[in-house]
Write a protein that binds this ligand. Structure first.
Ligand code: SF4
Length: 509
């Protein structure tokens, strides 16, 4: 590697065959990529690392790649493990590689069987029972170079990737092992575009963190309700629908003993059941009563407020319109509270409403809509209906409004905005829309593994926020991932602090 012309990506491969598999081809020309052989074994790799890392101009990114032996069950020749952790043969941690998840996601999107894992480096080829010994240290794959190469400061982000050549029962020096090595080399070759993408996304950047973001008071209350119900009554505690719309929250509570169901038909008579934060319609409450279930209502008080308004408008003889998105749990609950309520989503829907425009009418809205989106729908309602009553205050909850306002302020300064939240989270989707309407590219990710390198290439200012149902630790993981791609500076962009809490349902207080 010449000091004057440092490549964008420096790939370190132990042996000639591995270096050949990883060599330039297709998109990666010699100016973008240099592949250096380090030699086999910890000592040779350490010597090569010293020589190569002394280059005056560091590359933008460094990847250690080659074949490795599988230790963990389920790995087969050709599978790729990207190291999030490197350990030595005694189990001591040598390095953590924060952006490994980004590379795994990219490899998977390119059709390669890849996963995150721990790589252990030894000073000899591992066979037979020794695989189990190393596996017991928590390692997924063994190699003979990575820890030596990762110990040096390359002045650039580092990734370590091993393609499985041999596994328990398929030893390296056997006909099946030779075939495994071939599969591994093929995977290394197929991995090159993802490595190029990883290098293209590497570099220093600024991260803007929107505040407020993540959990709201209604979500915290709902989660705590299930946790306390499990503590007080013991599992199983049934929960109708996702308690909040976040896959990580649901799976954590599931492992603690909560049983999530779609409908009460799946719950035994007399069992204990929690209603989710999104609320339920009258018929669900009636069925629970009829079947003598013990119910705990975790409906957010701000959703209950909308239900009460809807009942009041109906009792006053008004025909009722709900502004919301079809199929959402909250919308189903509100429609089920006042049967006959009409659902609209866009201004165009108003013209098609089969209602008498001369009769007293009222509207309520879903709590998690975008404020600017609702204004146009309300305008269309006002144009058509002569006597239109509206809620005393906006039904869009404080948490949705605050998170949207923070994104609206931050997005114009961002190359791209990352919103952490699950696909079925209404308020998270609205944050993406608000960011886009504010002129930024924006993407929704359930977790760090959904981040795509192509979004980050050339993006020097990245905004990060999270929907009201997304746990703060997922935001931290995204930020850590970005830090693994190069140095970051973090700036919080606050439009105000929240100080809202709701009392728990009496059954779990
Ligand atoms: S987003 Fe709003 S309505 Fe939904 S749980 Fe949070 S505070 Fe309640």
């Amino acid at each position: 590697m010449s000091a004057a012309g440092a490549p964008r990506l420096l790939v370190l491969a132990p042996l000639r065959l591995e270096a050949l598999a990883l060599g330039p081809g297709g998109r990666a020309g010699p100016a973008a990529l240099a592949v250096e052989r380090t030699g086999m074994g910890l000592a040779k790799a350490a010597g090569s690392a010293r020589r190569l890392s002394a280059a005056a101009t560091p590359p933008a990114a460094v990847v250690v790649a080659g074949l490795g032996g599988a230790l963990a069950p389920g790995l087969v020749p050709g599978d790729v493990v990207v190291a999030e952790r490197l350990i030595d043969a005694q189990g001591h941690e040598v390095a953590r590689l924060a952006s490994a998840a980004l590379l795994v996601g990219e490899l998977q999107r390119k059709g390669i069987r890849a996963r995150l894992g721990t790589v252990v480096s030894t000073d000899h080829i591992v066979t037979g029972n020794e695989r189990a010994t190393l596996s017991a240290l928590g390692a997924d794959v063994v190699d003979m170079e990575s820890t030596a190469l990762a110990k040096l400061d390359w002045g650039a982000p580092l990734a370590v990737l091993r393609a499985v050549s041999d596994s328990p029962g398929v030893e390296l020096f056997s006909p099946a092992g030779a075939l495994g090595a071939l599969k591994g080399l093929r995977s290394l070759r197929r991995a090159r575009p993802a490595l190029a993408d990883w290098a293209a996304a590497a570099g220093p950047r600024q991260v803007l963190l929107a505040e407020p973001r993540s959990f709201c008071a209604g979500v915290l209350r709902a989660i705590e309700t299930v946790e306390r119900a499990l503590q007080r009554y013991g599992p199983p505690v049934y929960v109708r629908r996702q308690i909040v719309h976040n896959a990580h929250v649901v799976s954590r509570l599931e492992s603690a003993g909560a049983v999530f169901v779609e409908e009460l038909a799946e719950v035994p008579d007399g069992a204990r059941v929690v209603f989710s934060a999104h609320g339920v319609g009258t018929s669900v409450n009636e069925e629970a009563r009829r079947r003598q279930m013990s119910t705990i209502d975790a409906t957010c008080p701000l959703v209950s407020k909308v239900h009460n308004e809807a009942r009041r408008f109906a009792a006053a003889g008004r025909q009722l319109v709900l502004i919301g998105h079809a199929g959402h749990d909250e919308v189903e609950g509100t429609l089920g509270t006042v049967p006959g309520t009409r659902l609209v989503s866009t201004p165009d829907d108003i013209a098609h409403l089969e209602l008498d425009e001369t009769k007293p009418t009222a509207f309520v809205t879903q709590t998690t809509l975008a404020t600017d989106e609702v204004t146009t729908v309300i305008g269309a309602l006002e144009e058509r209906f002569v006597d239109l009553a509206r809620p005393a205050a906006s039904d869009i909850c404080y948490a949705s409004q605050n998170r949207q306002e923070a994104v609206r302020e931050m997005a114009p300064d961002c190359d791209v905005v990352i919103v952490v939240g699950s696909l079925n989270s209404s308020n998270s989707n609205r944050l993406v829309e608000v960011a886009r309407r504010s002129g930024a590219r924006a993407h929704l990710v359930d977790s760090k593994t959904d981040l795509q390198l192509s979004w980050l290439a050339g993006a020097r200012r990245i905004g990060v926020t999270a929907g009201a149902s997304a746990p703060p630790e997922l935001v931290q993981e995204v930020v850590d991932c970005l830090a693994g791609l190069g140095s970051i500076s973090i700036e919080e962009r606050s439009t105000g602090r929240e100080n809202v809490s709701f009392p728990l349902p009496s059954e779990v207080r």
